[in-house]
Design a binder for this molecule. Sequence first.
Ligand code: MRU
Length: 329
Amino acid sequence: MRALFFKCQQLVILDQTKLPNKIVYRKLRNYEAIISAIKHLQIRGAPLIGIAGAYSLVLAAIKNCNRRYLTKVAEQIRSARPTAVNLSWAINRMLAVINNCQIATKDLVKSLISEAKAIEREEESNTFKIGEIGANLIKDNMTVMTICNTGWLATVGIGTALGVIYTAVKQGKRVKVYVLETRPLLQGARLTAFELSKAKIPYTLITDNMMATVMPNVDIVLVGADRIAQNGDVANKIGTLTLAITAHYFKVPFYVVAPTSSLDLNLNNGKEIVIEKRDKNEVIYVGKKLIAPKSADVFNPAFDITPASLISGIVTEKKIFYPPFKLNN
Ligand code: MRU
């Protein structure tokens, strides 16, 4: 199974809002449909959003090759989800192709398709490199805790934090996983549990507020990232900071696993990262069921910032960075 693929001028996506109950593939035929799918988390996970963003510019260019138009569209796509830097990173690569093209013709569409495919290919191969490098941290019989979903649903290839687990298991190591359900949208319960069930890797699903109770039984925490500042501060799914603080208290190593497309070396530290705020309905409803007064005042940030001081290491496709983090080396 694959989270997305580009075929016959369409982006075909596995609608992640329907998982784990239904496997629904959708054909997206224009960039507006891709933006909507990104906003509504039908496509999600920082690396996957980046790839989808690249293909959305391809679809826009198929309709209209005008450079000014495409630049405007690029900014709309970029703002669909502001925290995941992979989206901006991929859009910048596509814009470089647009700006380098002398005459806007069908050649531009061809060049954009080949750049989007290159991004997809590179990101896919990075997940396997990350898996190999990260699996060195996993010993036989280890118990891992993870949050959100960082597997093949969040990338192309095998994923990041979950990709490390897949690789370790492939190497013959026995691994047990504690999966945090990840309120409010339950990416852990719906998606990570789905992936691990399919892979037949033993896991235990817990609610987020059980993490401290379980942490003494955990050997290592592995999480993904949506944006990593130069000093090693990491934006990731809301709850990651609580997880890092808990791991620190119990002296459990806490590793961030991400491709270098998640690095934002323009930012000095996490305070400069823009955190996406999402709709209150995501908190007051679980699925279609209202679980709080409709009038409740709600705070719903999609991500939090884990300070570099709580991070044991950052695993990328190039190497593992250790503190003090100098991510441009
Ligand atoms: O809101 P989501 O589901 O897109 O959030 C995803 C995460 O926070 C992941 O941990 C991150 O994007 C890394 S995915 C390899």
